[in-house]
Design a protein around this ligand. Structure first.
Ligand code: NAD
Length: 301
């Protein structure tokens, strides 16, 4: 398979690497030239322009920060520059794995259909560890035919390829998931901080909760208390991982969706505000599990 990969940051880099290791021919492009340079050693063709990354490939995968970048890359920027939908060869399949607002995903899907090319939104769950291990969950929105076609590529870098529904529904399902993840992270930070304040060992309390009704993904895979778990951001000075600014973005997407559907989301709103306060104190580039420090720092003030 010939694949063009756009956006090789914390997630895109290991995903592109796994495609290379699966035997695909991969071209990569990132606005930050350094982000892609070491992939050349692994056999990738590193290119310096969008036009180059989408030409001569069967599939284009994008892994960008937010809807703004996805709209700019697919549809063209404000200066009238062309987007990749206008640059690609006919028959190309486009897969956007960024987490963005469903409205932008639907807009891109409509534009793709009008140009006769296939598109799915396919945001992921599993984090950097899942991207490295090739065990990501892809949450796909799009037609049955496009879902089947995308699955042939995505199974090379993911373990579960799930069909959420029509275009944009992959993003909506992912937003619901991250609403829960943000709440869960705040809950684990809160429980462990309370345990420490009462003289308990956070490692022992984590093990107890893992065997009890408080068990959850954060406790099992992503403990936010430094030293409790090896190989997680909390034990590496909160280097991301999943940046706190991206969690704030995702909780904001949940809030936007709730306003639209007039849904009450008190827990998600509170989690979003916790991240807004935390990030405002220069923490936005740290991993989202650094919210633990927000709980701990309050006693120092
Ligand atoms: P990141 O910021 O590390 O990577 C994004 C990359 O896109 C960067 O290298 C950036 O230079 C590049 N980029 C930005 N604008 C571009 C453009 N116009 N053209 C080409 N490249 C451009 O972010 P990430 O952590 O890799 O996350 C990417 C997406 O995946 C986000 O939507 C995030 O919410 C989602 N996500 C992240 C995780 C995680 O654990 N990090 C997990 C699931 C989903």
């Amino acid at each position: 398979m010939k694949i063009g990969f756009i956006g090789v940051g914390n997630m895109g880099h290991p995903m592109a690497l796994n495609l290379l290791r699966a035997g695909c021919q991969v071209k990569v492009y990132d606005v930050v030239a350094d982000a892609a340079s070491d992939l050349a050693d692994e056999g990738a063709e590193v290119v310096g322009a969008l036009q180059q990354v989408v030409s001569g490939v069967d599939t284009v995968i994008t892994m960008l920060p937010a809807g703004e970048q996805v709209r700019a890359v697919y549809l063209g920027d404000h200066d009238g520059g062309l987007g990749i939908l206008n640059m690609a060869d006919s028959g190309t399949l486009f897969i956007d794995s960024s987490t963005i607002d469903p409205a932008s995903a639907r807009l891109v899907a409509i534009q793709a259909a009008s140009k006769g090319v296939d598109f799915v939104d396919a945001p992921v769950s599993g984090g950097v560890a899942g991207a490295k291990a090739g065990t990501l969950t892809f949450i796909v929105g799009g037609s049955d035919a496009n879902f089947q076609r995308a699955g042939l590529v995505l199974k090379l870098i993911g373990k579960s390829i799930l069909h959420a529904g029509k275009a944009g529904d992959g993003q909506m399902a992912k937003i619901c998931n991250n609403l829960m993840l943000g709440i869960q992270m705040a809950g684990v930070c809160e429980a462990l901080s309370l345990a420490i304040d009462n003289g308990l060992d956070p490692q022992i309390v984590s093990e107890i909760m893992q065997q009890s009704s408080g068990q959850n993904w954060v406790l099992d895979r992503y403990n936010p208390c430094p030293g409790v778990m090896a190989n997680v951001p909390a034990s590496q000075q909160y280097q991301p991982g999943f940046m706190a600014k991206l969690m704030l973005k995702d909780l904001g997407l949940g809030l936007d969706a709730a306003v639209e559907s007039q849904s009450p989301i008190p827990m998600g709103t509170l989690a979003r505000n916790l991240y807004a306060f935390h990030n405002a104190a220069s923490n936005e580039l740290l991993d989202f599990s650094s919210l633990f420090e927000f709980y701990r720092r309050r006693s120092d003030n």
